[in-house]
Ligand binder design. Structure first.
Ligand code: SF4
Length: 337
């Protein structure tokens, strides 16, 4: 039921566009659904969460997909789908060893750094990888050539890293990083290792870039708080919240060093229940969702704001992704790479 705006409640909601599902996530979900549908009698496994979102994962669990973090958990001869974040050659070896049927739902944009790592490792390069330790994508990409790879997570790491031969050094990155943080790290590395081979633009994907740009633009257009819908294990979601925090701080809180910056990451609307005071007296609030979040989860948040008196919903468009689609792999059962 709509409530009268009591004057404290934000009148305007800004909605980031693009937001939510990216092409790689749509493809991974489609692949898993098709594997399920074409093997209705069979137990289907997903190696790691198919995408990093609790709601998507729960829905698949309810239709009997089992998610595993170790190939050993899958009985010999079983059927497994590799998640959107990719897998290392070691996982592929284990899959072959257990004679599993496998289907690869790795996002094509995650495959690119895998190819680069293999190419440079074969040529004897050391490869610096900007990414987050423990993330599925980091483990998959670094697993291509573990002996050749060095992980850089922070500017501090970039300042300290020592390599045997700076003449034979290449760089690649995780796809879902903060553009600003990565640019800082890259600047340090390029200064220290001028001969390092780096991709023309980092391997950060279009979806990550667009979602971060849209968050910044909502702040430019007057959003005084930002709510990002996304799960706590989603790198993409965390980076969006951090970008929001930084943009809000620069625009509205530059003088207030101790003030908590109103940039929130929530898994779903339930986390807002009872939290109305966070938004009191703000003229506008910006909403967006990470690349693994379905639109209905964001719309629940929009409804929550509207029910309390927000009247204007304005789209903030920074890019058009409507024509970007990744086709699923040909044939769903593959037994050799
Ligand atoms: S966020 Fe980027 S790399 Fe990750 S699945 Fe989506 S398109 Fe692919």
């Amino acid at each position: 039921m709509l409530q009268q705006n009591n004057g404290l409640w934000p009148k305007k909601i800004l909605m980031a566009s693009p937001r939510g599902f990216c092409a790689g996530v749509e493809r991974a979900i489609e692949v898993l659904e098709r594997v399920q549908n074409s093997n209705p009698q069979e137990q289907i496994y997903s190696y790691h969460q198919i995408v990093h979102n609790t709601h998507v994962v729960r829905k698949f669990e309810e239709s009997d997909v089992r998610f595993v973090d170790d190939i050993i958990e899958i009985p010999e001869g079983g059927t497994v789908v590799f998640s959107a974040h990719g897998v290392s050659p070691e996982v592929r070896r284990q899959t072959e060893h257990r004679k599993l049927n496998w289907v690869d739902a790795t996002c094509p944009l995650v495959e690119k750094p895998h190819r680069e790592v293999k190419k440079y490792a074969d040529q004897g390069y050391t490869i610096l990888y900007i990414g987050h330790a423990g993330h599925d994508e980091t483990m998959g990409t670094m697993g291509e050539a573990p002996d050749h790879m060095r992980l850089i997570e922070t500017v501090e790491d970039a300042r300290k890293i020592q390599v045997e031969n700076p003449e034979k050094l290449a760089l690649t990155t995780q796809t879902t990083l903060s553009l600003d943080d990565t640019a800082e790290i890259l600047a340090v590395l390029k200064e220290r290792f001028p001969k390092m081979i780096a991709p023309r633009s980092e391997d950060i994907c279009y979806a990550t870039q667009n979602r971060q740009d849209a968050v910044k633009e909502m702040v430019n257009r007057g959003a005084r708080a930002i709510v990002i819908v996304g799960s706590s294990n989603s790198s993409n979601a965390h980076r969006m919240r951090e970008v929001a925090e930084r943009a809000l701080k620069a625009a509205f809180f530059a003088e207030a060093s101790n003030q908590k910056i109103p940039a929130y990451l929530i898994d779903d609307v339930k986390e807002l229940f009872g939290q109305e005071s966070l938004f009191h007296s703000l003229p506008a609030v910006g909403l967006s969702s990470a690349a693994s979040v379905s639109e209905d989860k964001l719309q629940e948040v929009v409804t929550w704001f509207r029910e309390r008196g927000s009247e204007i919903v304005e789209e903030v468009v920074v890019a058009d992704e409507s024509k970007i689609h990744f086709a699923p792999p040909q044939g769903l059962r593959v037994s050799a790479r």
